[in-house]
Design a protein around this ligand. Structure first.
Ligand code: GDP
Length: 226
């Protein structure tokens, strides 16, 4: 039987763990739109860490950005896929940036707009010194898509750090989710020795919010300590 003293100690421990966990969870205090551009050089120059979000049109990018920042309308959810064709910067807690990049793979985009997309996105991803990592969004309901695999391979070839972020996990069963993730894993391991970090998210249930924010918080801390 646990004595009163032990009981008290256990509670102290529980409280301590709770406080520790609270310190670890990044809180969103402020989130504001800063600027939209097609030329990243016209964007922020303060050197604060930048985290890029990219994926196919309609993958759930705007919803994820809104979910992560606890905002309803920070990023515009697109009624028309492929509509937002700009590099959008949002400043979070006055410390770091979310960079919302235009969606790729919109079937109806003209060749010219695709070429433009490539030019300014490639420039941003390969030249922006403040870019810490890229979150590549993948619709968890779909089988591995050629365009996503090509984009991730390109990131790897260029030595650009990225994570795989599965979206809309609330829309399928956990068995189906595991199956689709396993297929991605298999495809990725054809080209790479190990997988990048993987996040599973739902903008509906907020699943994955804490993990992604803490990951960003850890990277921010590591940059500050450098
Ligand atoms: P974007 O084009 O990548 O910015 O995609 P949006 O954020 O505009 O989302 C496209 C559609 O998917 C919208 O109808 C969203 O409501 C829906 N959606 C996005 N994320 C989720 C999610 O996590 N769960 C569910 N059920 N629907 C989502």
């Amino acid at each position: 039987m646990i004595g009163e003293l032990e009981n008290e100690k256990i509670w102290e421990l529980v409280i301590e763990i709770h406080i520790f966990a609270q310190i670890l969870i990044m809180k969103i205090k402020t989130a504001e739109f800063v600027i939209s551009n097609t030329d990243y050089k016209l964007g922020p120059t303060d050197g604060k860490p930048e985290y890029a979000f990219i994926g196919r049109s309609n993958v759930g990018k705007s919803s994820l950005i809104n979910m992560l920042t606890n905002h309803k309308k920070l990023a515009k959810t697109s009624g028309k896929p492929g509509k937002t064709q700009l590099i959008n910067h949002f400043i979070i807690n006055d410390e770091w940036y979310i960079v919302d990049l235009p969606g790729y793979g919109y079937a109806k985009a003209s060749k010219r707009s695709r070429a433009q997309w490539e030019k300014f996105i490639v420039e941003y991803l390969t030249q922006c010194k403040s870019l810490v990592t890229i979150f590549v969004l993948l619709d968890s309901r779909l089988e591995p898509q050629k365009i996503d695999l090509e984009f991730m391979n390109w990131c790897g070839e260029k030595g650009l750090p990225f994570s795989m972020v599965f979206t809309k996990m609330d829309k399928l069963s956990s068995t189906q989710l595991q199956k689709n993730m396993a297929k991605y894993r298999k495809e990725m391991l054809k080209y790479w020795a190990e997988l990048p970090p993987v996040f599973i998210t739902s903008s509906e249930s907020k699943f994955g919010q804490e993990k992604m924010l803490n990951y960003i918080g850890d990277l921010n801390d590591a940059i500050l300590l450098k």
